[in-house]
Design a protein around this ligand. Structure first.
Ligand SMILES: [Zn+2]
Length: 68
């Protein structure tokens, strides 16, 4: 699953790619839930990409979190 950096919706990368709702920014492929979100990101990719990085940190996969 990927996260739409504009609205935070969880989306399937495959779906996003199929509908052309992806944008490459700083070597990362961002996926979007709609053309609206993609357009907003494309207007100001820096601002959204910055937020997205924070989300990524919160979004640590279960297998990476193993305190025991
Ligand atoms: Zn969206």
């Amino acid at each position: 699953m990927a996260k739409d950096p504009v609205c935070g919706t969880r989306i399937d990368e495959q779906n996003a790619m199929q509908f052309g709702l992806t944008t490459e920014h700083l070597k990362h492929t961002f996926c979007f839930c709609s053309v609206k979100c993609k357009a907003r990101f494309d207007e100001e990719p820096g601002a959204f990409a910055e937020q997205f990085n924070e989300w990524e940190e919160w979004d640590i996969p279960d297998h990476a979190w193993n305190p025991e």
